[in-house]
Design a protein around this ligand. Structure first.
Ligand SMILES: *[C@@H]1O[C@H](CO)[C@@H](O)[C@H](O)[C@H]1NC(C)=O
Ligand SMILES: *[C@@H]1O[C@H](CO)[C@@H](O)[C@H](O)[C@H]1NC(C)=O
Ligand SMILES: *[C@@H]1O[C@H](CO)[C@@H](O)[C@H](O)[C@H]1NC(C)=O
Ligand SMILES: *[C@@H]1O[C@H](CO)[C@@H](O)[C@H](O)[C@H]1NC(C)=O
Ligand SMILES: *[C@@H]1O[C@H](CO)[C@@H](O)[C@H](O)[C@H]1NC(C)=O
Ligand SMILES: *[C@@H]1O[C@H](CO)[C@@H](O)[C@H](O)[C@H]1NC(C)=O
Ligand SMILES: *[C@@H]1O[C@H](CO)[C@@H](O)[C@H](O)[C@H]1NC(C)=O
Ligand SMILES: *[C@@H]1O[C@H](CO)[C@@H](O)[C@H](O)[C@H]1NC(C)=O
Ligand SMILES: *[C@@H]1O[C@H](CO)[C@@H](O)[C@H](O)[C@H]1NC(C)=O
Length: 478
């Protein structure tokens, strides 16, 4: 039955669920194609839709008493039936207190993907004899959307499936995934505000460790895309407000600079999502930068619990002039202030960092990661830590995670074994020895349903004129 449904979804997709003929001034057409896209591509991957129907995500009334890192709700054995996690794995969900941009407590949720049996480390036994400790990897997820419905703990494949989290669990790591406050919980989500998401991840680690003593004290953080920026922010946070056990961080495909203030607006829905955060934190006036209908279309996406793909459906066929009345809003003072306060790089790190970046990344580009690497290496305090930049030759945003899998798994294992790393910065170009055109670059498999990211980023099913992704993340000077 499930495979029949996914075939139908696939067939519908091939017939073009994105009505490419919507005019940017026709709101009902945009709302319709957003709804159709959400029903086809997003709802089937939700554990609960709408998420408000799951009482787990409700903030308890006594939350105000909680301190950062304190558990407020625990579901030790989450029902795995509704999830598509690998056989042998288990799940636990929890709600805890994190802090927001004003350092005030906010509720956040998280989920732990437990392996069947924990990986052991000959050079660093994590527990004393007879104890079983699960090595903890804190996963920082990439953009999933900007409203409660987009909580990764509510996605059947935990968003990244075999790109990262399933692979880690199958190898014996306990993967602690923070949803980021506002995804899941009923508080505003501040998209791309890396240091806030870093609070959520770090307090999530403490919260999880406080109720599951079988989790190791040692931990590694690892994130991709938006989560790559978060992973970077975690290493910076560990230099100033450390929690115990930090072994290092992996920033895969990170955009250290969340917006390119030197350039004009793009048609990326992610940049539009970001404008909502800048409006909230720095009073950017949305009505003065958007054309009215595209703004209403994006507000509609949020109102129906639409996530990445619904957002993509709202804007996919438009150019930036269709969407904005003011294309230079990225150079507005609110955007410049956001960039100054929320970019990462150029600060001391509290542990080693591995940057993994596809050289053919069409989503975040390589310039930002390289600039951030250079800025981080220029900090004298970082001469004592290891910062390694691995370029994954000719692989795109998501595919680079597969092509580099052996490398990051080895790096994580070596950290748990406490093997020393060479201090200072280094750069590696990882490349297949096979002839270029014989190397796979597309991510072409599905976990039961059609994954929007497969279709969008590797353009497996969409015609090339719909590949309008340009996050504009690469940044000049900051
Ligand atoms: C809604 O979108 C679907 C898919 O593109 C299309 O078949 C249908 O005609 C649209 N309905 C309206 C009322 O526009
Ligand atoms: C808006 O799009 C709908 C299809 O969804 C179409 O029926 C309608 O005629 C369009 N309106 C205008 C003013 O073009
Ligand atoms: C809130 O109440 C629950 C149930 O009584 C309790 O388990 C929890 O510890 C309380 N939380 C705080 C922060 O006081
Ligand atoms: C787990 O969820 C499934 C459906 O999602 C349900 O049929 C089953 O009764 C649930 N099991 C428990 C123990 O609640
Ligand atoms: C944030 O609040 C905590 C108390 O919860 C306090 O210890 C800490 O110093 C505050 N941090 C900042 C940056 O104000
Ligand atoms: C954007 O697309 C519109 C049609 O929707 C077109 O009229 C306009 O010329 C395009 N603008 C640019 C800068 O390409
Ligand atoms: C567009 O935004 C820029 C940056 O904030 C501003 O300087 C400019 O005056 C705005 N243009 C218009 C026509 O409002
Ligand atoms: C980073 O630094 C290297 C070495 O100094 C330089 O060649 C390169 O152009 C820099 N890259 C960027 C994006 O600034
Ligand atoms: C990496 O190596 C490949 C194969 O030798 C080469 O084609 C590519 O240009 C190199 N990339 C970088 C960033 O140096």
């Amino acid at each position: 039955m499930k495979s029949l449904l996914s075939l139908l979804a696939l067939a519908a997709l091939c017939q073009g669920q994105i009505d490419i003929f919507c005019s940017p001034s026709n709101l009902s057409c945009l709302e319709n194609r957003t709804r159709v896209d959400q029903a086809l591509l997003e709802v089937p991957n939700s554990v609960t839709f709408p998420i408000q129907n799951d009482a787990f995500y409700e903030t308890p009334v006594n939350f105000t008493l909680a301190k950062p890192g304190q558990i407020v709700k625990l579901e030790p054995q989450t029902n795995v039936t509704a999830y598509d996690v690998p056989p042998g794995t288990s799940l636990s969900r929890f709600m805890y207190a994190s802090v927001d941009e004003k350092n005030q407590t906010v509720p956040a949720t998280g989920i732990i993907l437990w392996p069947f049996t924990p990986k052991t480390f000959p050079y660093n036994p994590l527990g004393t004899a007879g104890e079983t400790k699960y090595p903890l990897v804190a996963w920082a997820h990439g953009t999933s959307g900007v409203v409660r419905q987009c909580a990764v703990s509510n996605l059947r494949n935990l968003q990244y499936d075999f790109r990262s989290v399933f692979t880690l669990a199958n190898l014996g790591y306990a993967v602690v995934i923070a949803d980021y406050a506002g995804l899941g919980t009923n508080v505003p989500f501040n998209y791309l505000a890396y240091k806030l998401h870093a609070n959520d991840v770090v307090y999530g680690v403490s919260a999880a460790q406080s109720v599951f003593p079988e989790l190791s004290t040692d931990w590694v953080s690892f994130g991709h895309s938006e989560g790559g920026g978060v992973a970077w922010a975690i290493a910076e946070r560990q230099a100033t407000s450390p929690i115990p056990g930090f072994l290092g961080t992996i920033a895969a495909a990170p955009p250290p600079f969340p917006i390119a203030t030197a350039s004009t607006a793009s048609n990326s829905v992610f940049q539009a999502f970001l404008s909502f955060t800048i409006a909230r934190l720095y009073s950017l006036d949305l009505a003065s930068i958007f054309n009215p209908v595209p703004l209403q279309a994006l507000q509609y996406v949020e109102s129906i619990g639409g996530c990445n793909d619904a957002g993509y459906a709202a804007f996919a066929t438009f150019n930036a002039s269709d969407i904005y009345s003011n294309l230079s809003w990225p150079s507005s003072q609110p955007a410049v202030d956001f960039l100054a306060d929320y970019s990462v790089s150029g600060r001391p790190l509290g542990g080693p960092m591995l940057i993994v970046q596809g050289s053919a990344d069409t989503v975040v580009g390589t310039v930002g990661a390289m600039l951030g690497y250079n800025a981080t290496c220029a900090v004298s305090a970082n001469a004592q830590v290891s910062v390694q930049y691995v370029s994954v030759n000719n692989q795109d945003h998501n595919p680079s995670l597969y092509a580099s899998q052996r490398l990051w798994l080895q790096w994580i294992e070596d950290r748990f074994n406490r093997f020393p790393l060479q201090e200072g910065c280094s750069m590696v170009n990882e490349s297949s020895a096979r002839p270029g055109q014989s190397v796979q670059t597309a991510e072409r498999f599905l976990v039961e349903y059609t994954k929007p990211w497969v279709t969008i980023f590797t353009s497996t099913f969409l015609p090339s004129y719909l590949w309008k992704f340009d996050l504009g993340y690469a940044q000049g000077t900051s």
